[in-house]
Design a binder for this molecule. Structure first.
Ligand code: MTE
Ligand code: MO
Length: 411
């Protein structure tokens, strides 16, 4: 039997075993409230759980966990097998309320200020569309993904695996924009993007502004994007224009970007200086700790996964997603005995490049019992997921294979 045959066979079986999302509709989401946030008005709920907010009412409600109006996660069992995450199933994370929906009515008139180049100036999206085109398939992932497993209960949304998706962004390479403006000015070390949200009055803008700096080298693969998965970039994901920094954690991908600056120093904003830093539990964040930039290697099982519903014994297919992070993915192993023994899994579906995740599957014959299924990815730098999470105060960058493992009950 060929691998492809096994994969197809197994997938049908997994579907036949599963009851689909309807079976889960009655389960309460792992919904813990987020920390400080402002919530936009919510749309009336169709079923149980929190309602999708108005700006994201078009999301696939059954596939999502609405933690709050500004934090929406994809359920583990709703990842699907098609590599690309449909926009309707892409997680949402806003640090501030999104701008009014009318900014995406005519994306072409949105204007971006560019500074720290030889010829600084403003460009509209219409201008940018004339400068160059590219598209990248990439994992967009919140650095708090996997936070729910940190035992010290870090503040923030209790995401498990669904604050991530693999999507296609299209737009103009930042390089092309910079070239059109005479190149980066001398002495600049960072690329700094500023979000277009209105800031609350009477507060120091640096305390609330979403403004992030990444090392200048990140410019090479960066994009100013106006399309997501082949359609105009929706407001929920940063339309009309978003800075995309492939291989970097979610927070560095600035939505509704209104200013792109090449700077000597990192942004003075709190979100750059002390938030989104990797530092010990109990300490205070500051610029002496590493910034949340490059994405670590990671993977997780997505199917079969139906909490509270045992699987029928026999041959079945285990599948999931694996990502190399900042570096290209090399391989992924699966363990059905809690990490005592590992076997390489097979890829299925397309390889969409260095920044995308890949789908994998492994055929197993499971007798009745309980199995701890773990997955462990390695990238081309030889970096492998650790067994244990690397503790840090805010619960960032969790890529522990043990945390991401699941128990399957087979009867
Ligand atoms: N302007 C702006 N950009 C932002 C944010 C934000 O609140 N405002 N949140 C960041 C964070 S923390 C993440 S994880 C991603 C989420 O992107 P998504 O909502 O499109 O999934 O956007 C990033 N870019
Ligand atoms: Mo995030």
């Amino acid at each position: 039997m060929t691998t492809q045959h096994l994969v197809n066979h197994g997938r049908r079986r997994a579907l036949a075993v599963g009851g689909g999302l309807a079976a889960l509709a009655g389960l309460p989401g792992a919904a813990l409230a987020d920390g400080v946030r402002q919530d936009p008005p919510a749309k009336a709920a169709a079923g149980g759980g929190k309602a999708l907010p108005e700006y994201a009412a078009w999301k696939d409600a059954d596939a999502m966990i609405v933690h709050s109006a500004n934090t929406i996660e994809l359920r583990r069992e709703a990842f699907g097998h098609s590599t690309i995450t449909p926009s309707e199933r892409l997680y949402v994370r806003n640090n501030l309320n999104p701008p009014p929906a009318d900014i995406v009515k005519d994306p072409d008139v949105w204007s971006l200020e560019v500074a720290g180049v030889a010829k600084p100036g403003s460009l509209t999206v219409a201008d940018l569309k004339r400068l160059g085109l590219t598209a990248v398939t990439m994992v967009l992932q919140c650095s708090g993904n996997g936070r729910a497993w940190f035992p010290h209960k870090p503040s923030g949304t209790q995401w498990t695996v669904g604050a991530a998706g693999c999507v296609v962004f299209a737009g103009v390479p930042v390089r092309d924009v910079v070239a059109a403006l005479g190149g980066v000015a001398g002495g600049m070390k960072y690329m700094t993007g500023t979000g277009g949200e209105a800031l609350p009055e009477g507060v120091d803008p640096n305390m609330v502004r979403v403004e992030r700096s990444v090392p200048l080298e990140a410019m090479e693969d960066a994009i100013l994007a106006w399309e997501l998965n082949g359609a105009a970039l929706p407001l929920a994901h940063g339309g009309p224009l978003r800075l995309i920094v492939p291989g970097y954690m979610g927070v560095n991908n600035i939505k509704y970007i209104r200013r792109l600056a090449f700077t000597e120093a990192q942004s003075p904003a709190k979100i750059q200086q002390s938030s989104y830093r990797f530092y010990p539990v109990g300490e205070k964040g500051s610029d002496k700790y590493p910034s949340i930039w490059e994405m670590p290697v990671n993977s997780w099982l997505t199917s079969p996964y139906e909490p509270g519903k045992p699987l029928s014994a026999g041959r079945m297919l285990l599948s999931g997603v694996a990502l190399g992070g900042f570096h290209a993915l090399k391989g992924v192993e699966v363990s059905i005995d809690g990490g005592q023994t590992w076997q390489s899994a097979e890829w299925f579906g397309p390889d969409m490049g260095r920044y995308a995740w890949r789908s994998f599957a492994m055929s197993v014959d499971l007798k009745p019992g309980k199995y701890r299924i773990a997955t462990r990815a390695t990238n081309d730098q030889g970096e492998t997921q650790p067994k244990e999470r690397r503790e840090n105060n805010r619960g960032y960058n969790n890529n522990s294979w043990l945390d991401h493992s699941v128990e399957l009950e087979v009867v």
